[in-house]
Ligand binder design. Structure first.
Ligand SMILES: [Mg+2]
Length: 319
């Protein structure tokens, strides 16, 4: 097991330049790093433009499954980013569809039951799958035992669960029928394990992992987590862009997903994780972790190599 030192606080120009020396490729989490819901975090755009001007490569890796890559392209554009193409965006709705193919060998044209937002449905359609459930308006109705969507469609080959703000009893009950069907043998893919995410107005809001774990509990069966910190997810991203693992840094705001993802994936020869404090993790959370890492599930794998106030600060220190 790697013994992790306390993180280096990136607080002056020399620290920031040392980071730039060490890394060619940057993986950015989105919620709490780039933006808080629809609001850009100050200075982030300048930092990204600076990195680009220095020939650095970057990709966005988000456990948020609610939007497809296409929808993220539009969001980046609306927030002032230029030229962010969809091959550089890795949301877990995309990762879930990849897993259908690569892990379960489920053929296109198959039906897939969705508990989640339109991002999952759009990514499924793009690969030729047929989403069912999901945003179907009939699932907005109050629960009734005679509801047509409580009858299992035997053609459904897998279940994908992710975040949704439309989590109601009809959706829970119908999804449960598929998870129990055929002796619980239909693949159960979870888009992420995030308990919460940093929203606007300082709010901490329920995230996809709370939905996935609700279904895990009620169906009493395990799921495949395709989001961070999955090594399969990371390896796929590095392979897609030919990123050198030892020259890649993961930047995120969540210890048990982002930081663990970078650490478990041995990025930067074991020191490739940078925590920002603009999202869900506060200085006191980090302090508590450092004083007793073994109290936490994941232990030292949650300790970041570096910490910085904000991704915006990096650009400020460098320019
Ligand atoms: Mg985040």
């Amino acid at each position: 097991m790697t013994v992790r030192k306390n993180p280096v606080l990136v607080s002056d120009k020399a620290h920031a330049e040392a980071l730039l020396e060490k890394y060619d490729n940057f993986l950015f989490d989105c919620d709490g790093v780039i933006w808080l819901d629809e609001k850009l975090i100050p200075g982030v755009l300048k930092t990204i433009e600076y990195l680009e001007s220095k020939g650095k490569k970057f990709a966005f890796v988000t456990n948020n499954s609610s939007k497809s890559r296409e929808a993220y392209v539009a969001k980046f554009l609306s927030l002032g980013f230029k030229g962010i193409t969809r091959d550089r965006i890795f949301p877990t709705c995309f990762a879930a569809v990849q897993a259908l193919q690569n892990v379960y060998n489920i053929q296109p044209n198959s039906k897939v039951w969705v508990l989640g937002d339109s991002g999952i449905e759009e990514e499924l359609r793009e690969e030729g799958y047929i989403p069912v459930g999901g945003t179907d308006k009939r699932l907005d109705q109050p629960f009734h035992p005679d509801h047509e969507l409580l009858v299992v469609d035997p053609e459904v080959a897998a279940v994908i669960v992710g975040s949704t703000k439309e989590f109601n009893y009809m959706r829970i009950a119908s999804t449960l029928q598929y998870l129990l069907y055929k002796n619980k043998s239909i693949p159960f893919i979870g888009a992420n394990i995030d308990r919460s995410y940093p929203g606007p107005n300082g709010l901490i809001l329920p995230a996809g992992g709370s939905v996935v774990n609700y279904m895990h509990y009620t169906a009493d069966r395990e799921f495949l987590n395709v989001g961070k910190p999955s090594k399969v997810f990371l390896d796929g991203i590095l392979a897609t862009h030919n990123y050198d693992r030892s020259r890649t840094l993961m930047v995120g705001d969540t210890l048990y997903t982002d930081i663990k993802f970078g650490n478990d994936g041995e990025l930067g020869n074991g020191s490739g994780s940078l925590l920002v404090l603009t999202g869900g993790t506060k200085p006191n959370d980090l302090h508590q972790l450092l004083s007793n890492p073994h109290h936490y599930e994941g232990g030292e794998s949650l300790i970041p190599s570096y910490v910085i106030e904000s991704l915006g600060t990096l650009g400020e220190l460098l320019s």
